[in-house]
Each structure stands twice: as structure tokens, then as C-alpha cells.
Write a protein that binds this ligand. Structure first.
Ligand SMILES: *Cc1c(COP(=O)(O)O)cnc(C)c1O
Length: 234
């Protein structure tokens, strides 16, 4: 059995330490608990232990999980983030399921979301995913294309761009990932100065189980944590 409540406590105290080191307030750092591959029951346990925000990376899996959640725990009210690669043919479903899409990395995807949001008469919160590690296998816009893309996305009337997201390079030591996070923070500061309409650089989503402390030291105010809370995935 995995001690989810205990794991959450340990993650919280690690966040406290990192925040202290960074001179920031730990209470301003939001945990997105990543429940991919884990069942709804596990999510409920984390919710009862105090977490309110959850992330999934596959639309289909999330759809089934959230339906089951509604069935077995209709009282719980969570914030839901999408953190995976979103295919344009899944936009409609994703907008029904999620409060924030963290992984917008192309104009095509952004305009698809905006179009759908228009039909539904609402605005959708998104983050721009940036590929700070320059690893081919990863999604995200290249850092040197990010300003152009965000300037284009800012024209879309039904998007609210709330910040940036990145996945750090997978390196043997967390410390080696620091330049990725520093790059995202610089980019966010650069974009802030442009004062683009509908663009607010209020969220810096960076840091996972292996590197969230370094990310916090570099200014993350949203960390996406799976393994440290729920144990290893199959
Ligand atoms: C799986 C995943 C995470 C969480 O990873 P852990 O290493 O298990 O903490 C965070 N962000 C994204 C985008 C993911 O796909």
C-alpha cells in the first residue's frame, strides 16, 4: 500500500524548504497531482488528504476516470488540468473535461480551442508549452519561437493565456535541469514586458518529481507531481 497522505506531507515539506531557499512563499506554489495511469480511488485519497488540483495527460483516460469519480464520489470538487499532447480532434472533449490546458504549443491547436470556446460562449485558460530542453522527443514550442507564437495566440478572442509550462530535460541530476527552468522564467519576464492583450504571465508550471525543488528555486509557482505522491507507474 502506498501512503498517499504521508507522501503528500513529505512533498509539502520539500516544497517549503525549496521555497525558503528561493525566498518565496510556499503557499503560493500550487501542486498539480498527476494521476495518469492511476484509478479514481487514488485521486479521491489525495483529495481527502488535501489536494484540490489534478492533472491528466490523455483525454480518453481522463474522461473515464472523471466519469467514475462522479459516480463514486459526487461530492468532490476538483480543478482539472490537461498536461499531455492534445490532438485537434480531441479538443471538444478536452474542453468539457478540463479547466486549464497546459500544453498549447501551436497556433493550429490554439485556434482550434478558441473556435470551440466561441461556440460554447466562453473563454478557455491555457498555458503555452515551451520545449526548453531541445530534446526532439518532446512537445512544446522552441524558446526562440515562443514570443512570435504567443503574439499570434493573443489575437484569439476566446483564449486566456495564463502563463508558461515546460518539462525539464531528463538528466541524471536535477541540478542539470536548472537552465531549462531559468530559460522559462526569462521567457515569461520577456513576454510580460510586451503587455499583450489577454496574456497574463501569472503561472510558471515547471518541476516534476525529480526536479521540482530546482524548479521552485528558479521561480515555479506550479509543480506537477505524480510519482512522489502516488508511487511509480506501471
Ligand atoms: C507524468 C507527468 C508529470 C509527473 O511526473 P512525475 O515524474 O511522476 O512526477 C508531470 N508533467 C507531465 C506533463 C507529465 O506527463
Amino acid at each position: 500500500m502506498i501512503d498517499i497522505a504521508g507522501n503528500i506531507e513529505r512533498v509539502l515539506s520539500r516544497i517549503e524548504c525549496a521555497a525558503r531557499k528561493a525566498g518565496t512563499d510556499a503557499s503560493e506554489i500550487k501542486i498539480v497531482a498527476i494521476t495518469k495511469t492511476h484509478p479514481a480511488e487514488v485521486l479521491i485519497e489525495a483529495y481527502r488528504a488535501g489536494l484540490k488540483c489534478f492533472g491528466e495527460n490523455k483525454v480518453q483516460e481522463a474522461e473515464a476516470k472523471f466519469a467514475r469519480l462522479k459516480n463514486i464520489a459526487p461530492d468532490i470538487d476538483i480543478e482539472r488540468h490537461f498536461v499531455g499532447h492534445l490532438q485537434t480532434n480531441k479538443i471538444n472533449k478536452a474542453l468539457k473535461l478540463f479547466d486549464l490546458i497546459q500544453s498549447v504549443d501551436s497556433f493550429k491547436l490554439g485556434s482550434g480551442i478558441s473556435k470551440r470556446a466561441k461556440l460554447e460562449g466562453r473563454e478557455v485558460d491555457i498555458l503555452l508549452q515551451v520545449n526548453t530542453s531541445a530534446e526532439d522527443s518532446k512537445f512544446g514550442v522552441a524558446p526562440d519561437k515562443a514570443v512570435d507564437l504567443i503574439t499570434e495566440l493573443a489575437q484569439l478572442p476566446h483564449l486566456r493565456i495564463r502563463g508558461l509550462m515546460t518539462i525539464g530535460a531528463f538528466l541524471p541530476e536535477a541540478e542539470m535541469t536548472r537552465p531549462c527552468f531559468a530559460k522559462l522564467r526569462h521567457l515569461s519576464e520577456q513576454i510580460k514586458k510586451l503587455n499583450l492583450p489577454k496574456v497574463k504571465m501569472e503561472i510558471l508550471s515547471m518541476g516534476m518529481t525529480n526536479d521540482f525543488e530546482v524548479a521552485i528555486e528558479e521561480g515555479a509557482n506550479m509543480v506537477r507531481i505524480g510519482t512522489a505522491i502516488f508511487g511509480p507507474r506501471e
